[in-house]
Write a protein that binds this ligand. Structure first.
Ligand SMILES: C[S@@+](CC[C@H](N)C(=O)[O-])C[C@H]1O[C@@H](n2cnc3c(N)ncnc32)[C@H](O)[C@@H]1O
Length: 255
């Protein structure tokens, strides 16, 4: 569709306002503690799809050493800025790299691999998931854990057509402006296991005038992750852990 950007693309408002939207999202509450609880003190962590560094920096502040990889430069730039605000010892525990989680080879292994906030769901199930699980397994020490936060298929299936005039988020911005979000399109495609959404972002300045607008496409894919993880040598370690009512964290162990 002309004029619709992919999520997190250069110039996108989804990248520019990622932290504003995520901070308002109660569905992620407790996720940092969950991932920290999977790691021994001082452990090494690889975050696939590190985004703005929300989780990576919080884990580094807890004493973990985190390497964060993301495909999107606008997101990595925010992660770098967040890391630079840490005190030097903690900042030294965060390494950031541009990379594709479906074809990653850092030539080192970690105690824990994490993919928080639906990172894997951004990729089509099938070959992309298979390769992402292989990347995770390739970077894990024997016995190490890999945690993937995935959406609930049952909820995705219940997606109903949105009211494009309804404001779904209305957040105050520094400087007196506001960010408003609208869902213009939403449908679930059973044939490809994909929730398709177009989100309209509107930034309004302190006088109420529209400063920036952008329509952005966000797709989430979901399928049973167990068979593809098993192909990569990752076995389900425990029942999926519910998070925020819309997703679950699937924890696998490398044999
Ligand atoms: C919803 S954000 C999650 C960011 C972070 N993990 C968090 O919890 O806040 C999803 C991230 O996955 C990244 N991503 C999508 N596909 C990717 C790929 N193939 N390889 C690496 N990162 C990818 C996006 O650029 C985006 O930053």
């Amino acid at each position: 569709m002309p004029g619709v950007r992919p999520y997190y693309a250069p110039g996108s408002l989804s990248a520019a306002f990622y932290d504003v939207v995520t901070a308002a999202d109660g569905q992620l509450s407790g996720d940092v503690e969950l991932y920290a609880g999977l790691a021994a003190p001082g452990a090494s962590v690889l975050e696939l799809g590190v985004g703005s560094g929300r989780v990576a920096v919080a884990l580094a502040m807890r004493g973990l050493s985190v390497t964060g990889v993301d495909i999107a430069r606008p997101m990595l730039a925010q992660a770098q800025a967040r890391r630079d605000m840490l005190e030097p010892q903690a900042a030294a525990r965060v390494e950031l790299r541009q990379g594709d989680m479906t074809a990653l080879d850092l030539k080192r292994s970690f105690d824990l691999v994490i993919a928080p906030y639906f990172v894997l769901a951004h990729l089509p199930t099938g070959a992309a998931w298979r390769n992402a699980f292989k990347s995770a397994a390739r970077h894990l020490k024997p016995g190490g854990l890999a945690a993937f936060h995935l959406p609930l298929l049952s909820l995705m299936r219940r997606a109903s057509p949105p009211d494009p005039e309804a404001v779904v988020l209305n957040e105050a911005l520094d400087g007196g402006g506001r960010l408003r979000l609208y869902v213009r399109e939403r449908r679930f495609r059973e044939d490809v296991g994909r929730l398709e959404q177009v989100i309209d972002y509107e930034e309004v300045d302190a006088r109420g005038a529209a400063a920036r607008r952008s329509s952005e496409r966000l797709a989430y894919y979901m399928a049973d992750p167990e068979p593809l993880a098993a192909e990569a040598g990752l076995r389900l370690d425990r029942p999926a852990i519910p998070l925020g009512g819309v997703g679950e964290v699937w924890v696998f162990r490398k044999a």
